[in-house]
Each structure stands twice: as C-alpha cells, then as structure tokens.
Design a protein around this ligand. Structure first.
Ligand SMILES: N[C@@H](CCC(=O)N[C@@H](CS)C(=O)NCC(=O)O)C(=O)O
Length: 220
C-alpha cells in the first residue's frame, strides 16, 4: 500500500494527493510536518514534505513522485502523448514550479503568517512572479488545460502553485497576477470544481487547526 507522508495544508502534498486521486490509487496518509530529526531525514533528505512510501522504497520531490505514479499505474495518464508532448508537460511543470511556486514561497511568511518580508526580497519576488506568469502565458495552451485539451500533471502543479502565488500577489503587492491572463483564472475555476480537488480543499481546511499548533510549537 502506498503511504503519503505529509500534511494537508502543504500545497506539494496536495499535488500528490490529486495525482493519486486522478489515477484512482489507494493510499494511506501519515501526518508529518517538515522536520530535521534523524528519523525523518532518513526518509526525506531535506526534511521536506511530501514523501511517498512505496513497496520498493521511499520517493521525495513532488514532480518525481508524479512521474513515478504515472509510470507505476496505467490508469489516467498524467504525461500524455508522444515523447515531445510528454516533454511539453514536463516543461510546464518546471515553469510552474521554478518561476511561480518558488518565488512566491519567499513571501509566504508575510502573505500567510503575518511575518513581514524585507523590501528587497519583495521587489525580487514581484519581478520574478510577473516574469513567471509571462512565461506561462507564452508556453501554456489553456485550451482549456495547460498542455491542451487533456488534463495533465501540469494542471496539478499549476493549480497548487498559482493559487498561492495569486494570494501572494494580492496580499503583498496588491496586484492581480492573472489580470492579463483570464484563461488561467477560468482554468483555476474549472479545476476547483473537480470533486477530487474539493475533497482536498476540505481536508486542507480540516488540517488547519493542527497545522497552526505545529507552527506555534515551531516558533517557540
Ligand atoms: N522540492 C520539494 C518542495 C517541497 C516543499 O517545499 N514542501 C514544504 C511544505 S509545502 C516543506 O516541506 N517545507 C519545509 C522546508 O522547506 O524545510 C518537492 O517538490 O516536493
């Protein structure tokens, strides 16, 4: 049985949850927050979440886990089509992660935890996010999915990267990052209507109180 280690408030954990749901794979979850204990570092070399435990061993790094799940189970493909089309999905995954999720993350402290981020960092993040969205605009098809007319791994990473980045844009820069990309807003809305996404959202809400307790203990 697959075991997914992590916590429901983590957007990377959510990406793997959605992949597992789309591929209709059974799994168990094990609640764990990022930490640097020797036991956890033996599972997750950076102490990050998520970790997928398989019958063969453990895997970290969300995009790697998504690719593994797609090879492991032939149910609905997340990387579709020819070698080139599959590479295009990987390209979109990379753009969402490197140029949208990661820059936005540098401002999570201010956007979500009330801890101000210095002005230089904010200036860099704002510029990076604007460039990231422009890159996505040049690369993604939005017809209606990122890679074309089929749902793919790129949509999973887009959903759970863009939503947080949009919140960062609004809360830290008072700007609508997707103002010039209404098709991206349409896609977010469409993805949010998926029953699997709604279930994950409910689980995230339910996990919030426990996560706040973890954050409070972490600050001490
Ligand atoms: N590159 C990792 C990133 C995962 C990640 O950043 N997870 C966050 C939770 S959403 C985490 O564990 N943060 C703690 C840390 O960075 O030490 C992946 O793709 O899985």
């Amino acid at each position: 049985m697959l075991v997914l280690h992590g916590f429901a408030v983590s957007n990377y954990f959510n990406m793997v949850q959605l992949a597992l749901a789309v591929k209709e794979l059974d799994y168990q979850t094990n609640l764990v927050y990022p930490n640097q204990s020797p036991e956890y570092l033996a599972l997750s070399p950076m102490g990050k979440v998520p970790v997928l435990q398989t019958e063969f061993g453990v895997l970290t790094e969300t995009n790697v886990i998504l690719e593994y799940l797609d090879t492991y189970a032939s149910s609905q493909a997340l990387y579709l089509g020819s070698a080139f089309e599959q590479a295009k999905v990987r390209e979109l995954v990379k753009i969402c992660e490197l140029y949208i999720e990661l820059p936005a993350r540098r401002c999570h402290a201010e956007a979500f935890f009330g801890q101000p981020v210095d002005e230089l960092t904010k200036k860099e993040v704002k510029r990076a996010l604007v460039k990231g969205v422009e890159a996505l605009k040049r690369t993604a098809k939005f017809s209606p999915y990122l890679a074309g007319d089929k749902f793919s791994a790129a949509d999973i990473v887009f959903l759970y990267s863009m939503e947080l980045a949009s919140a960062v844009g609004k809360r830290c820069f008072d700007m609508d990052l997707l103002a010039t990309l209404p098709v991206a807003k349409d896609l977010l809305e469409k993805l949010n209507q998926l029953p699997a996404v709604q279930k994950i959202t409910e689980e995230r809400k339910a996990g919030n109180a426990e996560f706040k307790k973890y954050l409070a203990s972490y600050k001490r």
